[in-house]
Design a binder for this molecule. Sequence first.
Ligand SMILES: [Zn+2]
Length: 735
Amino acid sequence: MRPRPILAALPALLAIAGCHRERSPTATRERSNVLLVTIDTLRADHLGCYGHAEAATPTLDALAARGVRFATAIAHVPLTGPSHASILTGRTPLGHGFRDNGGYVIPADVKTAAEDFHEAGYRTAAFVSGFPLDRRFGFDRGFEVYDDHLPKGNDPRRTPYVERLADATTDAALRWLQTLAAAGVPASFFLWVHYYDPHAPYEPPPALAERFRAAPYDGEIAFVDSQLARLLRGLEEKGALARTLVLVTADHGEALGEHGEDTHGLFVYDATLKVPWIMAGPGLPTGRVAATVARGIDVLPTLLDYAGLAPGPGAEGRSLRPAAEGREMSDAPAYAESLYPEREFGWAPLHAWRTERFKLIAAPRPELYDLAADAEEKVNRVSELPERAAELRRPLERARSRTAPSAAATVDPETAERLGALGYVGGGHAQPVSAGARRDPKDGVRLLPRINRGMSAARADPPLAIRELSAVLAEDPGLLAARRTRAVAYAASGRHDLAVADLRRLEKDGQLTAEDAIVLGDNLRFSDRLAEAADVLQRAARDNPKFPQPWLSLAEVHIKERKNGEAAADYRRVLALVPDHIEALRGLGDLALLEGRLDEATARYGKILEVDPGDAGAMTKAGVLRMRTGRGDDAIALFRRAVEREPGNGEALLYLAGALAAGGRSAEALPFFERALAAGPRSSMALNGLALTRLALGDRTGAAAAFRESLKLDPRQPDVARTLKEITANRTPGP
Ligand SMILES: [Zn+2]
């Protein structure tokens, strides 16, 4: 049979698969796929293949063994957003202008990896796991699929919608690969998967938590390694692994106590800049360790080189293919910076120039390290080697003055306005308005333990957080991060007026970020200052047109004002920004359920479960809808699944208990009532359910106790009071 009919059918197939671009099927079939994996907060020296004996990283070690590992790879910024911007654009922060987490958008005229691959006819998809990579910061450009769904989570100590665990991210990426395979079109893909787990707090899943009790950070890394194994296995099962170039790197490391820093962001030492770089795939040598120093900006040129594509005009990095193939390459210095100390703490920003041998850090008190003799950067040689310091300072200053204007010009108007409000002039180029002497982060670092204690306790132990943060604010009132975190702690302890005061102070100083505005709006809502809340949130929505959160918070204000129609309109605005935004779908589902529009509610929760089949909240509500239509057994099955997924989900536990009790299965219901109450909240409804179930099982004493607690919570329950009286009256009198 001749291949002609198949070729004739190709345009139709391509159209079905959503490829509207003209492309040569032969060329795409022969090209390798590209899989870029970035593992957040991953120090190179905590992997087995980089010499960490206690590591459990067999997948990464095997990848290095069948490919190439760069012994030294350097990130440009110890922060997720800016560092990923460098990886994805091939430019340093000076070139792409994205200088800190939040408040920046990758400028429209800075080309990204996804755009390069998309234009070349690749299918493009990204699955990210941390808030700093939300699509509103511009990381989605060029991706046909950009999956940044972050679950709400049910851990009160953690900020919701911040992190997705590696197993859920892997599931989503595997589903996309499945869709691609099912489409049957032989197009190459560029897939970016980002894992967030090693980021603090270090809480590996139970099995690994036990094994890594003394080193939970390593446990998180081990978990990611196991999920990467699943991802690679998925590729292998589809026959795609052999023609996929895999590159694994990280956005930054983790200080783990070095230089007085526990996590990352403040300093530009190698503890947080040294990352792994491992790649393997078709055409790559096996088991090679390359000595050339790799940089974040080299990732994109290297991937493009292996794909046979030319790098764009603005790329500052270079392809490391020669080094990977064993050829000698000259040393290319790395620019590094952190504006975090300035933007979060009001201290001096840091800029560095790192050659293979030396690193100069420009700070109020400059530092020079001889990395060959002093890899841990403990001995500052700046006064001992002044010529060497000057030799590094010159290119550093040249780089900063040369590239800054273009970065400023490329920041979009929205970002420029935000930066103006933050006290920066000229867009992406940081220039503090107050020119006074700024604290050297080396001197400020002694405040860091208290700041960190305060920050990690903000939700879990608000009184402790308020104590610690108030103490550091007394010493350094310009500590923006301490003030905004204290507001969160005040909010968590129900002192909404004090939270509002801290946030209004930030607003007065021109330091209220979009995220702060949400916290301010929420606290005003909790204080029943609804008009003020709406005002703040409407302004935040207007100033940040790509940010859905103000609309979500505004919807809650409107619900409290009993303006359900307006709340629904808010949720629809979110869907206009992010078509399958889970919380907007949930909001619309809840409103529909409340107003008895069961078909719409069913559709909304169904859509959530399509996006995230593990969403326990949507499963629970889908169960409630089954109950409403008399399908009790289906409902119980859904509630059970929700409870399996989230054993501490009080709502799911209570519905399961209630559904079992309603079906006369009291003995089965009892433990779920108890668990629902333990998970909280201890509502009178849950207590009454428990009491009636105990009564049905003949436990009159237990029933009376639960009814009593219920009446304490809500004394206006005449039926409960009467039942309690009857139980106690019928009791056998005591001695
Ligand atoms: Zn990061």
